[in-house]
Design a protein. Structure first.
Length: 120
């Protein structure tokens, strides 16, 4: 069975974007898990799972996407945008610039294994 590009976005890319947004908000901008969850529209527990590599741990986003995520987190903190808009814009940018990351099947000794480039 063939996987649709939209399924890859929903299963892998959107969670990876949320993970990076959560990391940026908490680690760079020093806000609480609760506040990050409110900004992203997800629970404090989901934030904890993203940061603990229990969610979205099998994909690595392109470094250029991570830079754009940082810009998005600043807009979110300033109240100039919302999470849905920022995630949608990041997905469009990934498609347009072809900044694909990799999806990995296994985590062995804290290293991702069996990775392949994702094309949406």
């Amino acid at each position: 069975m063939r996987t649709l590009p939209q399924e890859i976005e929903v299963w892998y890319i959107i969670p990876a974007i949320r993970r990076e947004l959560a990391k940026s908000l908490i680690e760079t901008h020093k806000i609480t898990y609760e506040k990050a969850g409110q900004i992203l529209g997800i629970s404090k527990a989901a934030i904890s799972q993203y940061l603990g590599n229990k969610r979205a741990s099998r994909i690595k986003l392109h470094d250029k996407v991570k830079k754009e995520v940082e810009k998005s987190s600043i807009r979110l903190l300033k109240g100039k945008s919302d999470a849905v808009t920022e995630i949608t814009n990041l997905l469009e940018l990934i498609r347009k610039k072809q900044w694909y990351g990799s999806v990995c099947k296994k985590l062995i000794n804290n290293e991702l294994q069996e990775c392949r480039e994702v094309k949406t």
